[in-house]
Unconditional design. Structure first.
Length: 99
């Protein structure tokens, strides 16, 4: 079971919609192996961020299956208040607070 599931993700778990959603997925273990499992759930890894996060696009109907994957640490909807720093070079994402 993941350590963190964003409230917005939890709301999508019963969705049957084919609308695409972009997620930030925290992974423990082998990211390449995890990415293969994401693809088996109809998701696409669009970026590797830092050491343990993947940006994933998937239909809303696949969210429940993604939440059940072994090796999932956290899953949240990508939002405008989350910006990535130097994607792919080992830096992690930074959450910016709104004034």
């Amino acid at each position: 079971m993941p350590e963190y599931i964003d409230a917005g993700v939890a709301e999508l778990r019963d969705s049957e919609s084919d609308d695409e959603v972009t997620l930030l997925v925290g992974v423990s273990g082998d990211r390449d192996e995890f990415a293969t499992r994401v693809e088996e759930c109809a998701g696409t890894v669009t970026a590797q961020i830092g050491q343990a996060t993947l940006r994933v696009t998937a239909p809303e109907s696949a969210v429940d299956a993604l939440c059940e994957l072994d090796g999932l640490k956290s899953i949240e909807i990508e939002r405008d208040d989350v910006r990535t720093l130097s994607e792919g070079n080992g830096h992690s994402r930074q959450r910016l607070t709104r004034s």
